[in-house]
Design a protein around this ligand. Structure first.
Ligand SMILES: [Zn+2]
Length: 287
């Protein structure tokens, strides 16, 4: 039996931690005096049900609105488990409208891999999450926005901002102003569909500037645990440095590795950063 973990971030936010086995991302309920906003729907009705039960158990008002950070299956396929209207970037709406007409059979998923829409890894996770029944229901969101949307929950203000980036062109950040909590979705992740995993150094640095402008106190990435400002900065610093090195060294992989080693004062790069170098090398050829 798997343990599910829930965490309150102050008085107004409850999150469910990510679960890696089937790529379940963080879910968050933000509650003001008048309304509850849910961030991301879960990767299935089963995932959504676990969070619903916990909200119920704690006497938290059920979501009046649901926002999606981006269209990827693990964030959106639980939509049908919630009654609340769904708000999403227009790019998210367009993708989910297209996917809602699809069959989630082996052949249907193979087509999506071939088209570069999803990856083998996602298909593997979908199989694990849904089992043989494969009862996938993809809905089209109800409300489309562009730019930034401000939602008043009653004393609690949520800002949903489209930032795009390598991971998914429709990526949005959700900032809870009074609590100074920034939900990043997967925005800082590499591109994962339609080619090798990749980061474009310009895109990455631009996104980091946008993220830095919030001056949040708590940072939550969808597949990680909440971090305070210092932890977040320490976590991202080598990646920012790597992107800066790539800006000048370009495709010269060995030089990039050498300069990053010097900056880190280390003889050997840790595995994740070494893989990161390859993501950036691949990203030099995409914009
Ligand atoms: Zn994603």
């Amino acid at each position: 039996m798997m343990e599910h973990t829930f965490q309150a971030l102050g008085k107004h936010i409850l999150i469910m931690h990510p679960e890696d086995d089937t790529d379940r991302p963080v879910l968050a309920a933000i509650t003001g005096e008048k309304r509850t906003l849910l961030m991301d729907s879960g990767n299935s009705r089963a995932h959504a049900a676990l969070f619903r039960e916990e909200l119920d158990r704690r006497g938290i008002r059920m979501p009046d609105l649901l926002v999606l950070t981006h269209w990827h299956w693990d964030h959106s396929f639980g939509m049908s488990a919630w009654e609340a209207p769904v708000i999403a970037h227009e790019g998210t709406v367009a993708m989910l409208a297209e996917l809602s007409g699809r069959e989630w059979t082996d052949a249907g998923m193979e087509e999506l891999i071939q088209a570069g829409t999803i990856s083998e890894e996602s298909v593997e996770h979908i199989r694990l999450e849904y089992g043989d029944s494969r009862a996938v229901a993809v809905n089209k969101p109800d409300i489309a926005f562009t730019g930034t949307l401000t939602i008043d929950l009653g004393g609690i203000t949520c800002e949903l901002s489209h930032v795009g980036g390598d991971h998914s062109a429709d990526s949005c950040l959700l900032y809870i102003k009074e609590e100074r909590v920034l939900f990043l979705g997967d925005a800082l992740g590499p591109a994962v569909y339609g080619g090798p995993r990749r980061y474009n150094s310009k895109n990455f640095l631009q996104l980091m500037d946008q993220v830095g402008s919030y001056q949040a106190e708590c940072y939550v990435e969808s597949h990680g645990l909440p971090m305070n400002e210092q932890e977040f900065r320490d976590d991202l610093a080598p990646w920012v440095q790597l992107a800066r090195i790539v800006e000048t060294a370009g495709d010269q992989r060995e030089q990039v590795i050498q300069e990053l080693k010097v900056w880190l004062q280390t003889e050997e790069l840790p595995g994740d950063l070494l893989r990161g170098v390859d993501y950036f090398m691949a990203g030099n050829h995409y914009s």
